[in-house]
Design a protein around this ligand. Structure first.
Ligand code: ADP
Length: 382
């Protein structure tokens, strides 16, 4: 067999969909998963069950892989440095990935590069939060643990001095706490790019990402009504970050669009990302296929959209455990809607799948995606 083996650490839906994207190319896929029941472990043939926090487990997993990449950013940075020192290609490498692992490191580096971010500072305790608020013109402020957060877990909004004094939880997590001004943004955007080791890079259209309770709910590609200059600036910013940080693979740059038409960087993800799921059905080359091409240092695929509008709606677990029952209605009502399910047990609020729809009319495309996601979830019954 001359085809390379891509090893992916983490058995979530991102690994499941990356695996899927490699199949038509004959790329072999090896997975390191916590349990055999994880989303990707259900679908992949070559699965190692083990703990990604253990260096020996990672070493044994990497044997026989041509390159290692990730479904999440939680592998300890020092383990990645150890693997790299042993000659294993790690993509993205630890020097890049640390900026997606540690929000403090990310803020410091982006500020050094002159990339616009919310005003921020690492804070020591609740009293320091009040001092930070005074420095940025008052409350509310946002507190984030620098490591370990996801989907809004690890993010606290502090209303006033009294609330600051009472907000001790972030300081108990055992990692540094970053305070940020609370940006009064018009909306959230994402600029997604893919960069390969030899320096080729492609940029997807800038999308709008609608969050509900800190979790991505809907993504619209391209961001409706975005100023073409701002869109181009956001793509250039993401390409610049990818290049300056030496990112290999997919990079999602989550952005706030300010009311006066600027963008500020919220955070970085160096792996396929929820804001790029629309590309599976709405772009010539999906983020998953391009992530694989990039980590293998192959020429990248065309990132252009296939239709004027694509909308992705996440399917979150609701009270209704049987999602398959909804297929009959959704597929009969809309033969063009694309359903992607992750094989995960339904729990309230958990991302268990998403749907994509695309077409010429935004309102219609959006309604179709919304309807299917809500129906599968059991929020609507007709
Ligand atoms: P996570 O790592 O959990 O995804 P984020 O840093 O992306 O955390 O924050 C989650 C959400 O919280 C963001 O999508 C945004 O809606 C809100 N948020 C985060 N930081 C700020 C900020 N500085 N100002 C305003 N809202 C913010």
């Amino acid at each position: 067999m001359t085809f390379p083996v891509v090893g992916m650490v983490g058995g979530g839906q991102l690994a499941r969909m990356t695996h899927e994207a490699g199949i038509p190319l004959g790329i072999r896929f090896r997975l390191l998963s916590d349990t055999p029941d994880d989303s990707a472990a259900q679908a992949a043939g070559d699965v190692v069950i083990g703990d990604y926090r253990d260096l020996d487990t990672l070493r044994a997993f990497a044997k026989g892989c041509d390159v290692i990449t990730f479904d999440h950013e939680h592998v300890p940075t020092e383990h990645l440095r150890a693997l790299e020192a042993e000659g294993i290609p790690v993509r993205p490498g630890p020097d890049a990935l640390v900026h997606a692992q540690d929000k403090g490191v990310m803020r410091a580096r982006l500020t050094e590069l002159g990339i616009p971010c919310p005003r921020h500072r690492v804070v020591a305790d609740p009293a320091d939060v009040a001092r930070f608020a005074a420095e940025v013109g008052g409350f509310p402020v946002v507190l984030k643990t620098v490591r370990g957060g996801y989907d809004g877990k690890g993010v606290w909004v502090v209303r006033d001095a009294e609330h600051a004094a009472a907000t001790t939880e972030p300081f108990r997590a055992g990692v540094a706490v970053l305070a940020e001004e609370k940006v009064d943004f018009a909306r959230e955007l994402a600029a997604n790019v893919v960069r390969s080791p030899h320096g080729q890079a492609v940029a997807y259209p800038v999308v709008e990402s609608v969050q509900v309770d800190g979790v991505c709910d809907t993504v619209i590609a391209p961001a409706p009504g975005i100023d073409p200059g701002l869109s181009l600036a956001a793509q250039e910013l993401a390409l610049r970050i990818a290049s300056e940080l030496g990112v290999t693979g997919h990079l999602a740059v989550e952005l706030f669009e300010t009311r006066d038409g600027r963008v500020l960087v919220n955070e970085l993800a160096m792996r396929p990302h929820n804001s790029g799921h629309w590309t599976q059905d709405g772009a010539v080359t999906s983020q998953f296929a391009n992530h694989l091409r990039a980590v293998l240092d192959l020429p990248l695929g065309d990132p252009r959209p296939r239709a004027p509008w694509t909308v992705m709606a996440n399917v979150l677990g609701g009270d209704f455990p049987d999602m398959y029952q909804g297929y009959l209605h959704c597929m009969a009502r809309d033969p063009a809607v694309k359903i992607h399910m992750y094989g995960k047990d339904v729990r309230p609020g958990r991302k268990v799948g998403h749907v994509n729809s695309y077409g010429d009319d935004l309102a219609e495309v959006r309604e179709r995606a919304r309807h299917a996601a809500d129906y599968l979830r059991g929020v609507i019954t007709e």
